[in-house]
Design a binder for this molecule. Structure first.
Ligand code: ATP
Ligand code: MG
Length: 212
């Protein structure tokens, strides 16, 4: 049995065509089903639905053999025990630093000000500002980072940006690009060895599908 961990929403939707290319079809839609274990057309393949940030954990411990996770999530997790053979080029966005429209970020940085930064991506933010030599106090949030600078919780946020419309709607501006983000296939290293005959053909099919 091969277990594949996916999160609902964009990762599930954008991974489906790749699964189809490998001959795997989900028999239920996680948006309408309450089931967390979804059967597929193949008796030896099942999908499990987990939080996006939990995908690396399920794969690390071997509760799932494969998974799909954003680089943002993988950077925070650290990637221990995970083989990352393929960038699937899906769920693309950018990790950015953003501040209020009226905040002069450049001069705050130039003056060596200590910045308060609110984010869900504490590890990524810590590494980014340390590399720049900027002192920061990090405030961990679990969502709606855009609110933090508006109500005085922080000077800046580190968040994912795609169109920039959410920033604009909240009178924020992106001031620094940290990384381009897309989702990767992650594989449990022991599972790859033990179930090589089942997993390797899937990896081959995915890699052909993403090149098309
Ligand atoms: P949760 O909704 O459970 O808190 P989440 O917000 O991380 O988790 P999704 O919104 O489904 O879950 O995001 C899953 C992945 O998709 C993220 O880890 C990231 O890599 C990518 N992603 C997030 N926001 C965008 C976006 N606006 N455009 C494209 N890709 C995105
Ligand atoms: Mg989200």
């Amino acid at each position: 049995m091969i277990t594949i961990a996916l999160s609902k929403g964009r990762i599930f939707e954008e991974t489906l065509p790749l699964l189809n290319a490998a001959g795997i079809t989900a028999l239920e839609d996680p948006e309408s089903s309450r089931k967390l274990i979804l059967p597929t057309n193949r008796a030896d393949v099942r999908l499990i639905i987990v939080r996006a940030s939990d995908v690396p954990t399920y794969v690390q411990y071997g509760a799932a053999d494969l998974g799909v996770a954003g680089k943002d999530v993988l950077s925070e997790h650290g990637g221990i025990g995970l083989y990352q053979p393929l960038d699937l080029n899906i769920a693309r966005c950018r990790m950015m630093v953003a501040v209020r429209d009226d905040f002069d970020y450049e001069s705050a940085v130039r003056q060596g000000a200590r910045l308060r930064v609110a984010t869900k991506y504490v590890q990524t933010a810590r590494d980014h500002f340390a590399a720049k030599g900027v002192h920061v106090d990090l405030i961990k949030l679990y969502g709606s980072m855009e609110l933090a600078p508006l109500v005085g919780l922080s000077d800046a946020i580190v968040d994912l940006v795609s169109s920039g419309n959410t920033l604009k709607a909240n009178h924020l501006k992106a001031v620094e690009h940290i990384a381009d983000i897309s989702s990767r296939l992650v594989v449990n290293q022991a599972a790859l060895k033990l179930k090589y005959d089942l997993i390797q053909p899937m990896l081959d099919a995915f890699s052909i599908a993403i090149r098309e």
